[in-house]
Design a protein around this ligand. Structure first.
Ligand SMILES: [Zn+2]
Length: 335
């Protein structure tokens, strides 16, 4: 392994050791902002909150820390320079929103850690306040997320989706996010092989000096949503020394066990999973179709099994909440 690769692997091993062998990722950010009253019915989706209600983003990050999360994923999933420009913001403003997403998570971590050690009565509640290593993961949503038409769940980018186009699309955003000081970059909801390849090439060319995590989406428990082979996508991620964890996000819980076993066959890197609630999303109405999902109790009952299958970073994606994260934390750590 190269020096950089070893450094990232050591950092992950240390983080996982400090987290008791398995770390809790936070839950859905956008859907929790919505549950707190934010209006996301816009092409920018949760990225809108970076300028309409940044304090609410910080509050939701804090709620997840108090629920037991040790990884905060920033509100930049659907934040792209191209998306902000099309809303009339300048290049500078657009870049400042990206930086803000990282700052808000860093602020929440600082507030939380200060509370943990200030000796107040509130801080004595160990179910809420436990000093521990906390990572800030800067989210990069796929190109399909920017399109805001649900194509991150089909991976069908038409003629536009060439390797060079995708690299170009993500380059500046990736640099700005990395410079804002997160601990990790997390590529979320990756729907196909070409975007996997684009990220790997960008990471190799950009030398960000922080590790990257890859989260793929699946709708059949076998392949990624485009139909490309998950094994191939995970192998591409595994081959990149900048990648420090590989896994699955925003995928129904019922598929996760098989997916973890498949990924385990092609990588020895830590496996991350943060499934959604199992409900489906209507991208046109921008609404979640209820009744298709599972309860928090059922979600949490899978956690031990996922961990035994090889996942060591476990959290929730869309429509999971601080309650889900409290349940995951209890299942993994007893608190
Ligand atoms: Zn999601």
């Amino acid at each position: 392994m190269s020096q950089q690769g070893e450094y990232h692997a050591d950092m992950m091993a240390e983080f996982l050791r400090g987290s008791g062998g398995a770390a809790v990722i936070d839950g859905g950010l956008a859907t929790e902002l919505e549950a707190n009253g934010a209006d996301l019915k816009d092409a920018l989706w949760s990225a809108r909150c970076l300028f309409t209600c940044p304090d609410l983003i910080r509050k939701v990050h804090l709620d997840y820390l108090e629920a037991g999360a040790s990884v905060l994923i920033t509100g930049s999933y659907q934040a792209t320079i191209q998306g902000f420009l099309s809303k009339g913001f300048s290049q500078e403003e657009s870049e400042s929103f990206l930086r803000r997403s990282v700052e808000l998570a860093c602020e929440a971590r600082a507030i939380y850690l200060e509370k943990c050690s200030n000796g107040s009565d509130e801080a004595k509640d160990v179910t809420k306040y436990r000093k521990r290593p906390i990572l800030i993961a800067a989210s990069v949503g796929s190109y399909g997320a920017y399109l805001a038409d649900g194509s991150e769940y089909s991976g069908d980018y038409g003629n536009e989706g060439t390797l060079e186009f995708l690299k170009n699309f993500h380059l500046r955003r990736l640099q700005v996010l990395a410079e804002a000081g997160p601990d990790v970059i997390v590529f979320e909801t990756i729907p196909n092989k070409i975007e996997t390849q684009a990220y790997v090439e960008l990471l190799e060319e950009c030398k960000l000096r922080i590790p990257a995590w890859f989260g793929f989406t699946s709708k059949d428990g076998v392949n990624v949503v485009s139909g490309d082979s998950l094994i191939e996508c995970a192998s591409i991620a595994d081959s990149c020394k900048e990648v420090a964890a590989v896994g699955i996000n925003c995928t129904p819980p019922r598929f996760i066990h098989e997916l973890v076993l498949s990924i385990r066959k092609v990588t020895s890197k830590p496996i991350l999973i943060y499934p959604n609630s199992g409900e489906s999303y209507d991208p046109i109405r921008k609404e979640w179709v209820e009744c298709s999902g599972i309860s928090n109790e059922d979600f949490v009952s899978y956690v031990k099994k996922w961990h035994e299958a090889g996942a060591s970073l476990i959290g929730g994606c869309c429509r999971t909440s601080p309650d889900t994260i409290r349940g995951i934390s209890k299942a993994l750590h007893g608190v």
